[in-house]
Design a protein around this ligand. Structure first.
Ligand SMILES: Cc1ncc(C[n+]2csc(CCOP(=O)(O)OP(=O)(O)O)c2C)c(N)n1
Length: 173
């Protein structure tokens, strides 16, 4: 499942053939970032293992979804892409707004202690820093058959640069 905002946009932009061959759930369109975790937990009741790819704001917005009955015993893997707020707006409005306006209106950077938060909801948690560790974390998550949060920290500036570079490569090829 792909949350609204960058995860679904990036999937449609960069996944090439995967777009048509992978079984994906999302709710891009009329809906917003609300209800992301609850929807993923609901889907994982009938289809698991399930991977939710979500941004940090979309995830925190519905963090009390964990309070749904039995949710911590579900088999849901969450890839939490932490770019410290709604970095999508940096990509969209950087040219039109001043930095403090952008921060105040859209980015909403938060200092969240994710491991403590996960502990509070009794959910397994790992933070990973490279692809090897990410693969290991996925394997671990699948093996324990429980809900797991796997966090990847992304440098917001680098994210924009890397994605634009990748896009140019695709358009140019
Ligand atoms: C309920 C709701 N409130 C606000 C918005 C506006 N909005 C669209 S994307 C977004 C930021 C999402 O941030 P994040 O989940 O961290 O994803 P990223 O910035 O990495 O794309 C917000 C607040 C929305 N879509 N839905």
């Amino acid at each position: 499942m792909l949350s609204a905002s960058s995860p679904i946009r990036d999937w449609l932009t960069f996944s090439e053939n995967g777009t048509l061959t992978r079984n994906c759930f999302s709710f891009r369109g009329a809906s917003g970032i609300d209800g992301t975790l609850s929807l993923a937990l609901g889907i994982s009741r009938i289809k698991n293992p399930l991977l939710l790819v979500t941004g940090d704001l979309a995830f925190i917005h519905d963090i009390n979804g964990w309070l749904i009955e039995n949710s911590i015993d579900m088999n849901l893997t969450i890839l939490l892409i932490n770019n410290y707020g709604g970095n999508i707006f940096n990509r969209i409005y950087k040219e039109n707004l001043k930095e403090d306006e952008l921060k105040k209106l859209f980015l909403m950077p938060k200092k969240i202690n994710w491991s403590k938060l996960a502990e509070g909801y009794q959910v397994n948690f790992r933070s990973v820093a490279n692809f090897k560790k990410l693969r290991e974390a996925f394997d671990w998550s699948i093996s324990i058959k429980k809900s797991v949060i796997i966090k990847v920290d992304i440098d917001p500036e680098n994210e924009i640069y890397e994605k634009n570079a990748l896009l140019e490569k695709i358009i140019g090829s």
